[in-house]
Design a protein around this ligand. Structure first.
Ligand code: BTN
Length: 270
């Protein structure tokens, strides 16, 4: 239920009339509860589901984040969804899809928050320095080519309080805008923006998308530490490489390209 006492439904009957996309979400499946929407889309991909197939869950029991973390997925408040892409890409030459998705997501969220959503490498969307949304891209390959890609998005919409350590780092649209939002409307709006970003990368518009990512980034030109599985790099974040790596100038003046990890500001992100 929302503040007006109506159920804030994500059923096909509530979402499809609002959809303005051409292909993203046109095959739509809603579940009250799933382990992980990414797993469900991967399963559908193996049965031949088409590009743009979308799976939405009201809650997840095994929601996953990047770097093996879990994604806490309480019911009725937020959006948890995944969709299927079937790009004709070689595994050795992948465009930075997660950054492209982050640009689309930030564009789609702009109408809902008073301020410009900012991006934190590689693919977090922030509002007032706190995490509003996360993206998990998982890919299957067949020999040298990409067989399919699953893009999963967790977006905090109406959640008002966050447990434990999340309380200091997470936010929601409701917290940012001081009002509740119908999740179906938010979903339809971000799907249209995501479809546009993905079509741009399919058409080869990589440089412009990366430039837009850099314009929206919260940490370029600032001192950061990137913590990864193989240690950490500290220095000034300079920009993004064509493949989506974070370019950092370390204390010795060396230019490093970081492929994976978590960015921590040396001072907070505003
Ligand atoms: C991150 O910031 O670490 C990425 C979080 C991605 C969470 C979403 S929720 C929908 C989809 N299903 C999952 O299991 N994970 C993604």
């Amino acid at each position: 239920m929302n503040a007006t006492g109506r159920e804030d439904s994500l059923s096909a009957g509530d979402v499809e009339p609002r959809l303005r996309t051409r292909w993203l979400g046109r095959v739509y499946s809603f579940h009250h509860c799933l382990g992980s929407t990414n797993d469900e889309v991967a399963r559908l991909a193996r049965t031949g589901a088409p590009e743009g197939t979308l799976v939405v869950a009201d809650t997840q029991t095994g929601g996953r984040g990047r770097l093996g973390r879990s994604w806490v997925s309480p019911p009725r408040e937020n959006l948890y969804f995944s969709f299927l892409l079937r790009p004709a890409w070689q595994a050795s030459d992948l465009p930075p899809l997660s950054l492209v998705v982050a640009v689309g997501l930030a564009r789609g969220l702009e109408p809902f928050v008073g301020t410009l959503p900012r991006l934190k490498w590689p693919n977090d969307v922030l509002c007032a320095g706190r995490k509003l949304s996360g993206i998990l891209v998982e890919m299957a390959t067949e020999e040298a080519r990409v067989a399919h890609v699953v893009v999963g998005i967790g977006l905090n919409v109406n959640q008002q309080s966050f447990p434990g350590e999340l309380s200091g780092i997470a936010t929601s649209l409701r917290a940012a805008a001081a009002r509740e939002f119908p999740r179906a409307e938010v979903l339809a709006t971000v799907l249209l923006a995501l479809e546009r970003s993905i079509e741009r990368i399919y058409q080869g518009d990589r440089a412009a998308l990366l430039a837009e990512w850099e314009e929206r980034a919260c940490h370029l030109g600032r001192e950061i530490e990137v913590r990864g599985r193989d240690g950490s790099v500290r220095g000034v974040a300079l920009g993004i490489s064509p493949s989506g790596a974070l370019i950092v100038r370390d204390a010795a003046g060396r230019r490093q390209e970081v492929l994976a990890g978590d960015v921590q500001p040396i001072e907070g992100f505003g």
